[in-house]
Ligand binder design. Structure first.
Ligand SMILES: Nc1ncnc2c1ncn2[C@@H]1O[C@H](COP(=O)(O)OP(=O)(O)O)[C@@H](O)[C@H]1O
Ligand SMILES: [Mg+2]
Length: 270
């Protein structure tokens, strides 16, 4: 009787094993299919990126000439007030195109960061000075203020990439702000971290939006391209290996509105 029992047991074991193997095979096949889909998608994105980068590059130069010319034209004494206003529109719109093009190039042709010791205080003050003159929300003037040390706050990062991160965050903050409100650019120390924050008093960000925000082409603005935060995320992710991270607080604690985007960098020790 025993051989029979053993045989049955053997058959059952083999059947179970076969079932298990079949299942594994299906799973592996599924994974392969998924991997193939992903590879195709990545390839498509890469091609799109090359086209975008080429296009952006071709747009950049003529756009530069347009901006230079209109700037000179605007100063001509022969122009009336109305003509001058038209020049302002050309200037404003070409500037918008320029930021769009630089975001497109940054996304399409990622550059590896070259981290060095950068004074975040200096960098932040520079961006604040720039945006104090240039930025307004849809509804009017918005104050951009700096709160932090006058100098120092030295962290490890690629200075020009971090400047673009801050610039994109400030631009968004101003755009969601009402006239007369304040956007605060904050620099502080937290243990071994330098924290760079951009705080606004805008409507804030609902939880279900927080994940989508950083997707390329996600935008809620009629004139938005949805690239600003995608660039921010790319640069922050590329800095992960030097300890850079990002988080969002919204609404601001003690208030029902507002948002703060915070970039945490590792303090550079000399
Ligand atoms: N400070 C902010 N407060 C509220 N919403 C924001 C803020 N910054 C970004 N967003 C939301 O994230 C979206 C994506 O931003 P972004 O990638 O810069 O693209 P864009 O500015 O072209 O819309 C915005 O359209 C807006 O809905
Ligand atoms: Mg933006």
């Amino acid at each position: 009787a025993y051989p029979f029992l053993l045989n049955s047991l053997g058959i059952i074991v083999v059947a179970l094993l076969a079932g298990y193997l079949a299942e594994r095979l299906r799973a592996t096949g599924g994974r392969l299919e998924l991997a193939e889909e992903r590879a195709v998608a990545a390839e498509r994105l890469a091609t799109l990126g090359r086209v975008a980068a080429g296009l952006a590059h071709e747009i950049r130069n003529p756009l530069g000439s347009i901006r230079g010319s209109i700037e000179m034209l605007r100063e001509s004494p022969a122009l009336g007030a109305e003509d001058r206003e038209l020049c302002d529109i050309v200037q404003r719109e070409s500037k918008r195109l320029e930021t769009l093009v630089s975001d497109m190039m940054e996304l399409a042709k990622p550059r590896k960061p070259s981290p060095e010791a950068v004074s975040i205080a200096h960098l932040a003050k520079e961006v604040v000075a720039l945006s104090a003159h240039n930025e307004r929300s849809g509804s009017g003037d918005v104050k951009v203020e700096y709160a932090g040390p006058d100098e120092g706050a030295v962290a490890l990062c690629d200075g020009s990439q971090m400047r673009q991160v801050l610039w994109n965050l400030v631009r968004n903050a101003v755009q969601v702000s009402e006239a007369g409100s304040v956007v605060r650019v904050k620099v502080s120390h937290a243990k071994r971290d330098i924290v760079l924050g951009v705080q606004d008093q805008g409507p804030g960000i609902p939880d279900e939006q927080k994940k989508k925000l950083f997707d390329a082409f996600y935008t809620t603005r009629t004139q938005g391209a949805g690239l600003g935060l995608a660039v921010v995320k790319r640069i922050v992710d590329d800095h992960a290996y030097v300890g850079v991270r990002m988080d969002i607080e919204s609404p601001i604690r003690g208030s029902k509105r507002g948002a703060e985007f915070r970039v945490r960098l590792k303090e550079a020790t000399s």
